[in-house]
Design a binder for this molecule. Structure first.
Ligand SMILES: Nc1nc2c(ncn2[C@@H]2O[C@H](COP(=O)(O)OP(=O)(O)O)[C@@H](O)[C@H]2O)c(=O)[nH]1
Ligand SMILES: [Mg+2]
Length: 300
C-alpha cells in the first residue's frame, strides 16, 4: 500500500522544497515574497490560487505576528491546508444500482483508475461491474478487461468501433438484471476536432437514464496531476457537457510539482475523492488533505 509521504517524494524534493526554502532567513524581503509567488505558480498552484495564498500569508505576517522564517513556513502550510476539503462520501449506495461515469482526456489515467477503484469497491463487498465505453481501440477494451480480471469485476464490452451508447445501454441493463450494485463506466477521451467528445458523453449519459432514470449518480473526472493548468481548462470543458460531481488526480507520484491539487479544489470547486500515487492496483488512495500537505514538506 502506497502512502502519501513515499508517493509524493518527487513533489516534496522538487518545487515544494524550494518553496519551503524561500523562508530561510528571519528577515523577509519583498524579493522573498516575489520568489514565493513565482515558485507557487511554477508548482502548478495557478495564478488565482497563488495570489489568494500570498495575500493571506502577508496579512498574517503583518498582523498575526508570524515573524520568523519557521513561523512563516508553518503559516504557509496552514494556508495550503485550508484550501483543501476532505472528500465527500460518494453517492453510490442506498439504491438498487448506482452508476459511476468516468470522464477525462486520453492518457489521464481513466482506465487504470477504474481498475483500482473497482478493486477497492469489491474489497468493500460491493458487487461491481465495468462497462468498456471507450470503443475506439481494441487495446483500450482489452486493458479494461484485464483490470476487470484483476479486480474481480465482470466487464461488458462491445466490438472495437461499436457505438459506445449501445455498449453502455447493454451494460446498465445487464448490471440491473444480474443484481450488481455498482456499474463503473469507462469512456473515450479523444479531443480531435472532427469528433465531438462532449456530444458523445452527453449521449452516453442520456442512454443510462433510459434504464436507470436518475443515473449517473457520480460523474468523476480523472485529471493527470502532471499536466498543470492545461488539465484545469480541460476540466472546465467537461463541466459544460456533463455535470461533474468529483475529481480524481492521478500520477502525483511522477511529478515534481503537485500544486495542481490546490488549483483544482479552488478553481473547480469539485471534491477531490481519490489520488493516484502509482500504477498498481493498490495505488489509488482516498484523498486526505492533512496527509497530502504533510507529504509536500520535509520534517514535521
Ligand atoms: N505513475 C502513475 N502512472 C499512472 C497513474 N495512473 C495512471 N497511470 C498511467 O498512465 C497511463 C495512462 O493510463 P490510462 O488508464 O490508460 O489512461 P486513459 O487513457 O485515461 O484511460 C498508463 O501508463 C498508466 O499506467 C498514477 O497514479 N501514477
Ligand atoms: Mg482508457
Amino acid at each position: 500500500m502506497t502512502d502519501y509521504r513515499r508517493g509524493m517524494t518527487k513533489t516534496r524534493q522538487g518545487f515544494f522544497s524550494r518553496i519551503a526554502n524561500t523562508f530561510a532567513r528571519d528577515q523577509i524581503t519583498e524579493a522573498d515574497w516575489e520568489e514565493l509567488e513565482t515558485l507557487l505558480v511554477q508548482a502548478d498552484v495557478g495564478m488565482a490560487t497563488t495570489s489568494l495564498l500570498i495575500d493571506r500569508l502577508r496579512a498574517r505576517y503583518k498582523q498575526a505576528g508570524l515573524k520568523t522564517a519557521d513561523q512563516l513556513r508553518h503559516g504557509l502550510r496552514d494556508e495550503l491546508r485550508d484550501l483543501l476539503k476532505p472528500p465527500t462520501p460518494m453517492n453510490i449506495s442506498g439504491r438498487e444500482l448506482s452508476v459511476v461515469l468516468v470522464v477525462g482526456v486520453n492518457g489521464s489515467g481513466k482506465t487504470t483508475t477504474i481498475g483500482k477503484l473497482a478493486n477497492r469497491l469489491v474489497n468493500n463487498n460491493r458487487k461491481v461491474m465495468l462497462a468498456a465505453g471507450d470503443t475506439f481501440r481494441a487495446a483500450a477494451i482489452e486493458q479494461l478487461q484485464l483490470w476487470g480480471e484483476r479486480a474481480n469485476a465482470p466487464v461488458v464490452a462491445g466490438k472495437p468501433n461499436s457505438d459506445p451508447g449501445a455498449v453502455v445501454y447493454d451494460a446498465v441493463s445487464a448490471a440491473k438484471a444480474r443484481g450488481y450494485d455498482i456499474l463503473v463506466v469507462d469512456t473515450a477521451g479523444r479531443l480531435q476536432t472532427k469528433y465531438n467528445l462532449m456530444e458523445e458523453l452527453r449521449k452516453v449519459k442520456g442512454v443510462m437514464a433510459k434504464v436507470v432514470p436518475d443515473a449517473p449518480h457520480e460523474v468523476l473526472i480523472v485529471l493527470d496531476g502532471t499536466t498543470g493548468q492545461n488539465a484545469l481548462s480541460q476540466a472546465k470543458g467537461f463541466t459544460e457537457a456533463v455535470q461533474l460531481t468529483g475529481a480524481i488526480v492521478t500520477k502525483l507520484d511522477s511529478t515534481a510539482k503537485g500544486g495542481m491539487v490546490f488549483a483544482i479544489q479552488q478553481e473547480l470547486g469539485l471534491p477531490i475523492q481519490y489520488v493516484g500515487l502509482g500504477e498498481t492496483m493498490y495505488d489509488l488512495i482516498l484523498f486526505d488533505p492533512d496527509a497530502f500537505v504533510d507529504g509536500l514538506f520535509e520534517g514535521d
